[in-house]
Structure formats: structure tokens, C-alpha cells
Design a protein around this ligand. Sequence first.
Ligand SMILES: NC(=O)c1ccc[n+]([C@@H]2O[C@H](COP(=O)([O-])OP(=O)(O)OC[C@H]3O[C@@H](n4cnc5c(N)ncnc54)[C@H](OP(=O)(O)O)[C@@H]3O)[C@@H](O)[C@H]2O)c1
Length: 280
Amino acid sequence: MNRFENRVVLVTGGCRNTGLEIVNLFLREGARVFFCGTSAASVAAGEAELARRARADYRGIVCDVGKSADVAAMMDAIDAEAGHLDVVVSNAAHLGQGENAAPDVPVADFLEILNVNLGGTLRVVQEAAKRFFLRQESNAATGQRGVVVCIGSNTAHHVQRRHVSYCTSKGGLESLVQCLALDLGPRGVRVNLLEPGYIWTKRWNDLPEEVRRKRRANTLTGRESTGENVAEAVAFLASDAAPTFQGSILKMDSGATVALYPPYAEDSVPLPEGWKEDMP
Ligand SMILES: NC(=O)c1ccc[n+]([C@@H]2O[C@H](COP(=O)([O-])OP(=O)(O)OC[C@H]3O[C@@H](n4cnc5c(N)ncnc54)[C@H](OP(=O)(O)O)[C@@H]3O)[C@@H](O)[C@H]2O)c1
């Protein structure tokens, strides 16, 4: 398939793992792709991996989406080189790993994560809309002038211990995406949110086998998504085949959050060994 021939795509955080697979899929399907990361080294590593895969028509840009000046400069570069933008994938995220439990999270750290995950998405979409989408002719077939796909997380509604900042940011993304869709939708821009659960990344290589096994057991499919799986879903939402996906929130978490209760809380299943009444 060549669903994105002659389309210009921006993927934030496209240097590695999920973002890199999203970049790779758009390139494979004919797009010209810009992507960003936080340092020259990570951008160079992303470019090197794409070169290894014999991809062409990509350009990495150093841009911290937490900084308005960086986002403006990235849009300047896209304007100068392509003069057009069709798709934005807001994938970059501060994962907030190693956080304290909620009572001890420093507010400065909390705000830093919101600034990247929520503020970064808002900055990128605002700039893309003002500079490109709202000035461009609409696509004759779809009536659209631009598409945004944001990457959220199933932790928006099933939160994790010691991840208050990250979960809050992904929860806020649900509202942000709907607000963006509401305000930009009537002007020809589609905005949707994909919410993955576990995604295999290179970090899984460092996990003990027991942890991988537990994660997989916590799904209904016995498997985590791959970056390629996420990229396929992003491509669908960004494609002309999804004209009525607008302000949608699409969960893809292998069924990990379907059940209301964990197995041991079901009447028919015994409590796990070592369970204490006061366990949270
Ligand atoms: N991994 C999972 O299991 C999982 C599950 C659910 C949802 N998600 C979501 O899926 C997306 C990708 O996750 P991932 O695990 O593949 O991420 P990752 O491996 O941590 O990569 C994140 C990418 O975002 C970039 N980035 C981080 N902060 C940035 C900033 N301030 N400005 C610009 N770029 C920035 C990083 O740039 P550098 O390379 O320069 O550091 C990197 O390229 C995220 O939105 C995440 O929340 C992930």
C-alpha cells in the first residue's frame, strides 16, 4: 500500500522504539517524514537506523516539545523544506519513570511531565494548525486539511502506582484531544487519540523474564503490542480510510483493562498466598 504518497508527516519522538516504527511505516507507504528528538545524538541514531533499513525522504530535527521556541523552529524547518504538512503524530512523551508515590511527588517534576506530554502536544498541534492546516486547501476526496494522531496510554483511566504525573498527563490528553477535535474539526482537521497498553520496546531486553511473563499474563492475548502494531493503528487513523474518526479515543491494550476485578478478587478464585487484609 502507498496510502501516504505525496503526504508530509511529522512524528514527535521518532528517534527510537514506538516513534521510530511509526516513522518507518509512513516512509514505507510513500510519505516524506520529519521527526524529532531531544538531542543531536538521538536524532542521529534514529536517522542511522532508518538508513540501515534503506529508507529515504526523512529528516530528523532536534526539538524539545516542552519548549515553544524549539517547536516554532521545527515548524520553520518543515515550512522551508516541504512548505506543507498533512499529518502530525504526537508521540513524544516523558515517561516519568522512577516517580515517588503520590504524596511525595515534587510538584516541579509533576509540572515538567505535564509540560512535555500535554503542553508539547498542544504546542505542536497549535503550530501545525496555524502555519499549515488552516491555510491549506482541503483534500478533494476527504474534505480534510490535516490530521493529528496523539499517542496516549491505557493508564489514562486505569492508573498505575507511583506514576501520578505520567497517568495524569495521559488522562488530560483525553480531554485535550476532544477539545482540539471540537475546535479544529469544523475547520477540516481530524484529531484522534490512540491508547496503547504494554508496547515492546528495547527496554524489555533489560527486564527479568519473570516481569515479562507477568506483563503478558496481565493481558487477554498473552502478548504486548509491538511498535509496528501501534504504527499500523496510527496509520489507519491518519489515513483517508478513517474520515469519521474525530475526537475518538481508541484503546489497544491486549484487553489488559477489560476486567473490573483482578482474578483473586473474583468470588470463585482464592486470595493469593501471603495476602494481607491491609494490603492496598
Ligand atoms: N512503552 C510502552 O509500554 C507504552 C505504553 C503505553 C503508551 N506508550 C506511549 O507511547 C509513546 C511512545 O512510547 P515509547 O515507550 O516508545 O517511548 P520512548 O522509548 O521513551 O521514546 C520516546 C521518544 O520521545 C522523545 N521525547 C521525549 N521527550 C521529548 C521532548 N521533550 N521533546 C521531544 N521528544 C521527546 C524521545 O527523544 P530522545 O530519543 O531524544 O530521548 C524518544 O525519541 C509515548 O507517548 C508513550 O507514553 C508507551
